[in-house]
Design a binder for this molecule. Sequence first.
Ligand code: PEP
Ligand code: MN
Length: 370
Amino acid sequence: MKDNILPDSSEVVEVVQLAERYPDVSTAVRAIEGATRTVTEVYLLGSTGTVPEAPFEEFPAVEKVVRVRTSYRAIGRHENQAEVLGFEFNGLHFSQDSFHIFAGLCAVDSLENTERMFAALKRVGLQTTRAGAYKPRTSPYDFQGLGKDCLPYVFELAGRYDIKVISMEVTHESQLDEIEGALRNAGHPTGVMLQVGTRNAQNFELLKIIGQQQEFPVLFKRGMGITLDESLNACEYVASAGNPRIIFCLRGVKTHLGDPHRNFVDFGHVPVVKRLTRLPVCIDPSHSVGKKVRALDGLLDIHHATAQGVIAGANAVLVDFHPRPKEALCDGPQALLIEELEHFVRDVELVRNAYLERLKLHEQLGSRSV
Ligand code: PEP
Ligand code: MN
């Protein structure tokens, strides 16, 4: 619909009424909030193959009619016809043009370490972090996260150190209520983005519940052992249930061909996901590489993997840091030190700028290529 046409307006009602006159066609209406505008989209669902476009194009309030031929109905680009808006959350903008670094703790283990982490982020000017309270571990005997007990101090400290968005994994729907309650008690000092981990990438019931709520955006991690198409379809569960505010995160895939890294780094898929979907794309070099090893040039493998994703246009980086990795209760061996944060951020900025320069070069000379 055109600008300023709201979901409950008479213009939308007219479109819905016409659509529902066709047999076996139902509708869903959704408002997509971008940085500068909000777009209302009306979806025609069901037997739409024979529904003509022309009668809908004739409504003065309809901006365009997009026929969805491929999968990924809600998250897809549909041959560039669908509007690519991104979303706002707690004062920050997330889109296929924006760039953020979510550096932080894989798992929260103490108030002291959380404070050291957040203070370091403030020193380098980062307002986005990661902090796991609910950890889905491979072994039931490993640390499972501090759960709701740590939320009050995590949120209070986030407010104190100007953290605007925390990516926090959830493994069960009950945790949404716990997070909501703790945020309310703390007076909403920060925002939480619900992280769906690779182990829950096809937990369809969880995905539907996350999709049915509007309060929290979602950082969805690709499944480690399924195809990209299967991961995108899983992500579509969240969007089709009503929540289009999603970041898609590449985190490597499991195969022995990736050895000696923990997972096979898949950041060559950054432009692919940007082409197939409207979602901002994140990379997680920590869980892909999985260890802190140094290349011969002195940089870490994690730096190099990050650069590969960022130079290809990634919109966010999710990366593990810890003030005392030896004491970390989860993924210590892949965590970078607080003292290494400034170098990481500056290195990433360099690569991001190189990506933007590449776009300018393409504007100048790229049109010569076919
Ligand atoms: C994590 O980011 O903490 C995590 C568990 O990652 P993944 O789901 O990608 O393994
Ligand atoms: Mn981890």
